[in-house]
Ligand binder design. Structure first.
Ligand code: FAD
Length: 403
């Protein structure tokens, strides 16, 4: 800073698009960058480009509340998120980049006997998968989170499920780390380059049209998160995805006060404290389909009320900012990583509320799919046709309440 930033180099190049690549990835968010990184690193495919309509990190990868966990219940999701958490645990060494991954522990609170039963089952599923879960009774929760309102409240706390390896990571740094890693392996990261059309000949993808000209490619990956429906429509496809708004909030910076990630079981509210000191919190969707990156007041009110119910001390903090992001919601709350009916065209979408934690495994599995044409073992149930065949992975609640 004192040097006035003189002589600093950008962390990645700013290349002009080439007329042809072996593969292009539409979307320079976390999933697109991770896909490019693993395509280059694991499969040696370096004549590839990531096409991003804005700048790297301008989508949900820079808008989320940064929670990373592996506490899914159903086979299909369970092994995928478990794999992702293991990748997170080695990510900083792999990227040689500090993504501030902090395994501070996640506590999901429960407030009834029925909720306790559900969390006991979830905890057992997590342990069976090889991950960690500890059931806390009320006093156990009190030891970790003494500042919660335990009794003078409409929804007394019965206990919580502690996931010690859960936590947070610095979202922008994840984008930057993957971007730098991909760029250094020769991947072209092309910003301000919106894909406006997908070229298909005889059932096979041949390239894309962009605001910076046509680009030919034998393989195209659609990794556009909240815009997935629009991008797939360019290939004549209608995805089983609806785009909805999710909001988040941050307060002024405070001294360390919340050292876990906490989620409320009786209202839509979850919270953690960033390393800068801001309390970062959010709730549920606004519940109407939209492409606006901002939300509306009823959900703001709900989240604030839920926060005040759970931890009245939060009322003394001043909210600095709120924002929204566009979520690609599938009917069963689980993602899609699959081939499409168009040869050479692949899709990675449907991350709902919870795709930040999935970034490493999604990139890993999408790269595997694009390079080998075969689904990776841990993502084999994320099929596009499951809504036609009925093989759903109905785990919406995990995403919705706990991010
Ligand atoms: P994005 O960063 O949105 O990347 C998609 C990119 O595609 C964008 O940069 C966009 O500009 C680009 N694009 C779109 N159309 C085109 C086009 N035509 N041409 C070129 N480029 C295009 N997940 C968690 O696991 N934990 C959380 O705590 C969490 N909290 C969240 C809180 C909020 C408020 C929000 C909004 C999301 C949260 N999520 C969370 C979800 C997570 O952020 C997303 O699931 C994930 O970031 C989506 O993948 P991505 O990073 O690739 O998306």
């Amino acid at each position: 800073g004192l040097a006035g930033n003189r002589g600093w180099r950008g962390m990645w190049r700013d290349p002009a698009p080439k007329p042809e690549y072996d593969a292009v990835i539409i979307g320079g968010g976390g999933h697109g960058l991770a896909t490019a990184y693993y395509l280059a690193k694991t499969f040696g495919l370096t004549n590839i480009a990531v096409l991003e309509k804005g700048h790297i990190g301008s989508g949900n990868i820079g808008r989320n509340t940064t929670i990373v966990r592996a506490n899914y219940f159903l086979p299909g999701n369970s092994e995928f998120y478990s794999h992702s958490l293991k990748l997170w645990e080695g990510l900083e060494a792999d990227l040689n980049y500090n993504v501030m991954h902090s395994q501070r522990g996640l506590i999901n609170l429960f407030h009834s006997d029925g909720q306790r039963d559900a969390f006991v089952r979830r905890g057992n599923a997590m342990i069976n998968q090889g991950d960690d879960a500890i059931l806390l009774d009320r006093e156990g929760v009190r030891e970790h989170l003494p500042y919660l309102d335990f009794e003078q409240t409409r929804f007394p706390i019965y206990g919580g499920l502690l996931h010690p390896r859960g936590g947070t990571a610095r979202h922008d740094a994840v984008a930057w780390g993957y971007a730098r890693g991909a760029d250094r392996r020769g991947v072209d990261l092309i910003q301000n380059c919106e894909v406006t059309g997908i070229d298909i000949e005889n059932g096979r993808v041949t390239g894309v049209q962009t605001t910076r000209g046509a680009i030919r490619a034998k393989k195209v990956g659609m990794v556009a998160a909240g815009r997935s429906g629009q991008v797939a429509a360019m290939a004549g496809m209608r995805l089983p995805v609806e785009s909805h708004i999710l909001q988040a909030f941050v307060t002024e910076g405070l001294k360390p006060v919340i050292d876990h990630v906490i989620s409320f079981g009786m209202g839509h509210f979850y919270i953690s404290q960033s390393d800068k000191g801001g309390l970062v919190f959010g709730g549920d969707l606004d519940f109407y389909a939209s492409y606006a990156s901002r939300g509306n007041l009823p959900m703001v009110e709900h989240v604030m009320e839920a926060g005040m119910t759970l931890m009245p001390m939060i009322g003394r903090a001043k909210v600095l900012r709120s924002w929204g992001g566009i979520m690609d919601m599938t009917p069963d709350g689980s993602p899609i990583i699959d081939r499409t009916p168009v040869e050479g065209l692949y899709v990675d979408c449907g991350w709902n509320y919870g795709g930040f934690k999935a970034v490493p495994a999604s990139g890993w599995c999408m790269a595997h799919l694009m390079a080998t044409d075969q689904p990776h073992e841990v993502a084999r149930r994320f099929r596009l046709d499951r809504f036609a065949t009925g093989h759903l992975l109905d785990e919406e609640g995990t995403g919705s309440q706990h991010n």
